[in-house]
Structure formats: structure tokens, C-alpha cells
Design a binder for this molecule. Sequence first.
Ligand code: PLP
Length: 466
Amino acid sequence: MQNDVHSTPSLAEAAHWQARDLAVLWHPCTQMREHPDTLPLVPIHHGEGVWLVGMDGQRYLDAVSSWWTNIHGHAEPRIAEAVARQARSLEQVILAGFSHAPAIELAERLLALAPRQPGRAPLAKVFYADNGSAGVEVALKMAFHWFRNAGEPRRTRFVALENGYHGETLGALSVGDIPLYRRTYAPLLSECLFAPTPDSYLANDEKDAESLALAAADQLATLFDRHPGEICAVIVEPLLQCAGGMRMYHPAYLRRVRELCDAHGAFFIADEIATGFGRTGTLFACEQAGVQPDFMCVSKGLTGGFLPLAAVLTTQSVYDGFLDDSRERAFLHSHSYTGNPLACAAALASLDIFDADDVIARNQATSAMMRKRMSDIARLPHVADARQLGMVCAFELTRGGDKKTPFDPALRVGLRAYRAALARGVILRPLGDTLYWMPPYCVDEAALDLLAEVTRHAIVEATACA
Ligand SMILES: *Cc1c(COP(=O)(O)O)cnc(C)c1O
């Protein structure tokens, strides 16, 4: 019974599963040639809270929340129970022509929690998809299609941010700007306009984060002026460009995006797939700017990290733009597992936990504990920058310890730090030479002490090569 939580893992068992894995599996976001010598492959036996336990019995602190999905801890009993209960009653039903209580209730609750801006009609409709990239595709297609239906077929262009990330499918990749993921597929991608990032990384005494954000917004304004009547939507990751290296920016930028979209008649799409559900300190990042987007995409933390599900929230007026006698004017997009009942049940249980455990308030204390430990790490040589937004901390490692002299990428300092941390029982998964902490919210003081201690060791070990 290898999957029994009570069986005792062993080294031999870990090796056995690793060999079987390498015989048949092709892993995501991985140069498979690096497994297992350069890049360890760790078969996991079970999870519990912030911990993942390997088949070899080693415990790992999941400091990346399993690709930013897990928020309340692994195998959270209340979510596990809700999924099990739902599985015994209705596991899946076609969502065209049919409906079910979890999908309806979840839509009601998401809309009630969505960001509101005085004077704007609230987000009023929910369209489901089954992963983040698919959610982004839905928002892009809806925005584009809405203008066709409205008799404005010239509005075909999207504006996205430099260094932004919105997923891996071709449409989502088209609005992404991470060269490593994008470059190879560039000939297949549709054209997108990129606006400079409002990133506050290079802020200093003369230029603070807000001035950098406003200068970037001015360039967005110029882009609008150059393409009158052509832009159908601006898509951004609010406040935090995650895959782009956990880069953070000032909320003033989002207010300008909202104003510019309104002034030029374009939609504002907020990709809250990574930032949503408390990660940046508020339930949604847009709240910190006091703005309400026309489309909000959520996924990742939506189900507490249990099951794939995405939701796209939009306005009544977007919805109304598709009402017609013609089927072609309808939004015919669909996925087989749209609004899956198990995933919706997990999401409802996750929202219950936000209420029952007062998660957003509790996170303020946890976030302060993270900040304290972050400032110790910030003092290490080679740490050029340490920054925090809510439940995310990030560290930039550079050769000179300043922002201008990076390590030679061939040294793979980030990968060295990854291996050093893994050997000490912590899962850090750096983005290039950017280390970050993005733990499940149930992380406690003792786990944070270990995280800080191991991060310090990993940085010292990894940077010793230079
Ligand atoms: C992860 C992510 C996506 C893509 O979600 P998947 O479920 O991995 O397809 C889109 N946007 C942002 C901001 C993300 O972080």
C-alpha cells in the first residue's frame, strides 16, 4: 500500500518510484535531461499542512505552495471532506443546459467578494474554465468578441505588460512577455502591444515606486494615443508580476490603467490567478488600488490548491453584449470540465475557511513574522534586494550585491540555491536568481524560522561559486 498515509516510506521505495517515473513521465517546465543528476526528482508520499513528505521519509517545507496553488495547507481536512462528500453525490455534469448547486453558490459568493469601485456597476457574471491559462483565454476572447458584437471590429489588439505572465496556451502566451517561455513559439503567437512594466525594482531616492509606476502609465497612455480605436483590452497581473521574478509595483499604476481604459473605451482585465485569495495581503490585489476591473480571472488558490478550476468574473454589460437571436454572437467557448462540481465544492470549502479562521486578519500577523526574517536575509552579501507584498517575500541574488551586476546565468546560482535548500528540507524554487517565499498561509513561527535558516544557508552555499 504505497499510497497509504500510514505506511513507512523508505529510501528504497523512493528510488523505485523515481525509476518508474523516469520511464514514463514527461514533467512540466523541465529540461528532462537534468533529471535526476542535476535536478533531483522527489517522489512525494503525502502532504500535511505546510509539509510534503517524500517517499524516502524526508519532510519538505513547501515554501512555494506547490506552484502558488495551496493556501490553507496540504490535505486540509475540511476541504478534503467537502470534496469527498461532493464526490459521493455528483462528480461531474455538463454545464451547458444543466447546472448544480456548487457552481451557482460559488458564483454568488465570488461576485459578493469581488473588488468594488464606487460609481461602477459591480461584477455580475461568472464564466468557469478549468485552469488559469484557459481562464485568460476566456477573458481575451470575450473582450474581443464583445467589440465585434458591438459593431467595433477594429478593436482587435491587446495591451500587456513587459515581464508579464498569463499562462502557456497560445493565446495566453501571446500576452506574456517572458522570453524563456515565449521565444520558441513566437511565430505562432498573435501580435500584442507591450507596455513598459511599472516595476518598482529600480526605485531609489530620486525615483520612488510611485513615480516609476506613473512614468510607466504615461507610456501606456502614449500607446493608447498611437492606436486609436484599436485596443480592446489591457491585461495585467495586479501589483505583483509573479513568474516575471516576483516583481512588485505601486497601486497608482492600476488606477491609471482603469482611467485610461475608461477614457479610450477599452476593457481592463485583471489576472488575479496568482495574486487572488489573499496572497498580496488583501483578498484580491485590485482592492489595494481601489479599482474594479471589467474582467477578473482567478484560479490557483481558488480551490485552496485541491483541484484545477478557473473563474472569469465580468459585468452585466459585457454579458448583455452577447444576448441575441444569433448563436454566433453567443460565447460558444467551452471545456468539458467547465464548473466541475468537485472543484466548486473545494472552492466553497476554501472560502468557508477564510471566514472560519479569519485568514486575511491572521495573515497580517504572519506577514509581519515573514518581514522580520526577511530583513535578516536582506543583510547577507549578494542579496541586492529584499521585498515583500503580503504573503510573498522575494530576494534578488547578484554578484555585486547591487542591482546592476548580476551573476553570470551560466553559474545557475538559483539552481544551486534550490538544491542546497532541498537538501535541508525546504522547497524554494527560484525564478532565475530570484529566491522567494510564498508559503501556505498556515505556516507558523517555527516553520518560518526553519525557512529563514535554510534560505540563509542556501544563499551562502549558492553564492560561494562566484
Ligand atoms: C499561473 C498563472 C497563470 C496560468 O495558470 P495555469 O493554471 O498554470 O494555466 C496565468 N496567470 C498568472 C498570473 C499565473 O501566475
